[in-house]
Design a protein. Structure first.
Length: 336
């Protein structure tokens, strides 16, 4: 087994002042420090730091060193810059990505005004791009899901771990980051339930595991996890060969690999199981508010997205009532 080395730890967030040290950048650092002390998540802090340093560098290239030099017109130019920007693969930034970056700037300049660093907020009248409501890129049928779940070699410690990961994703629909930071104490095998700590918006919730996912968790915890943990006293539920928790990016790689092995490509990764869990449960008659509770959606409109994918009942009604379908069915019966 590979030798276990301690993982380097970094403080959450942290503004990269070494990349830009203008007075504007110093204010950005103060904003990130403020957000950190006010309980914003590590993911939010990292994202804001990245977006703000890019904005500061863009401003520096145009001779804008101080916050009061940033006007509404400057922000309009930056918004157009993001719209025209191309990634290394030649693709444009998605509207959602543009919105997230502009929302960060709105939060920053609102804070600047509240802290009295600025008398006016230049982002006050910023209009964000209008986002549509696209459907999930892909959901699996029950047969496809079972094929993907059967992919791992459960005779090995990592294979049993991976099968359990897939089963938990499929059964609970939890987010990638939520699964990555599950601890052993969050699992109640007797009660067949799982406690998700600090999900989105830092809210805890309890979700049912179901009998099958509980079965695989019991097997994994009783054997494979002991092998993977070795002498490690880390509390994480899912561990690497080095006895450390599996980070979200690694989880994505694991799931994507088994989707590909099951003949399903270009569908995404962990979120495919979240979409699949919700859609199949709705097809089988689950109440949408129960799905909302399971997925941890604060707003019901987020859950209602799945009603546009779950068309099982609509197909039945269409087949039973549309004139062309009724006539076709009658003709088929007569031809027998």
């Amino acid at each position: 087994m590979p030798q276990k080395t301690p993982r380097k730890t970094r403080p959450p967030g942290g503004f990269p002042v070494h990349r830009c040290s203008t007075p504007l950048a110093m204010h950005c650092k103060q904003f990130i420090d403020w957000a950190q002390t006010h309980g914003y998540s590590e993911a939010t802090l990292k994202g804001w730091s990245r977006f703000l340093i890019l904005f500061c560098l863009w401003c520096q290239d145009r001779g804008l060193m101080r916050a009061h030099e940033v006007s509404g017109a400057v922000l309009d130019r930056y918004q157009r810059y993001l719209f025209l920007k191309r990634k290394s693969n030649g693709d444009a930034l998605t509207l959602k990505s543009q919105c997230v970056q502009l929302w960060c700037l709105r939060s920053f300049f609102r804070w600047m005004q509240k802290q009295k660093h600025l008398s006016n907020n230049p982002a006050l009248e910023m209009v964000l791009p209008k986002l549509g409501k696209p459907l999930p890129r892909r959901t699996l049928s029950q047969e496809e899901a079972e094929k993907v779940l059967s992919g791992p070699d459960t005779s090995t410690a990592t294979g049993l771990r991976d099968r359990t990961i897939l089963e938990v994703f499929y059964s609970t629909g939890i987010r990638r980051s939520e699964l990555a930071y599950l601890k052993l104490g969050d699992v109640d095998l007797d009660g067949k339930k799982l406690t998700v700590r600090k999900g989105k918006n830092k809210k805890d919730r309890v979700v049912p595991l179901g009998q099958r996912a509980t079965h695989w968790l019991r097997r994994y915890i009783g054997s494979a996890r002991l092998v993977l943990a070795g002498r490690s006293e880390e509390p994480w539920l899912f561990m690497t060969l080095l006895g450390q928790n599996i980070r979200p990016m690694k989880l994505g790689d694991i799931v994507r690999n088994f989707l590909k092995k099951g003949g399903i490509e270009g569908a995404g990764a962990c979120h495919v199981f979240r979409h699949t869990c919700a859609t199949l449960m709705l097809d089988n008659g689950a109440d949408i508010r129960m799905i909302q509770e399971l997925l941890g959606h604060e707003d019901l409109s987020s859950t209602q997205l799945y009603t546009r994918v779950s068309i099982g009942k609509l197909e039945q009604v269409h087949a039973a009532t549309h004139p062309s379908e009724v006539a076709y069915s009658r003709n088929q019966e007569r031809a027998k």
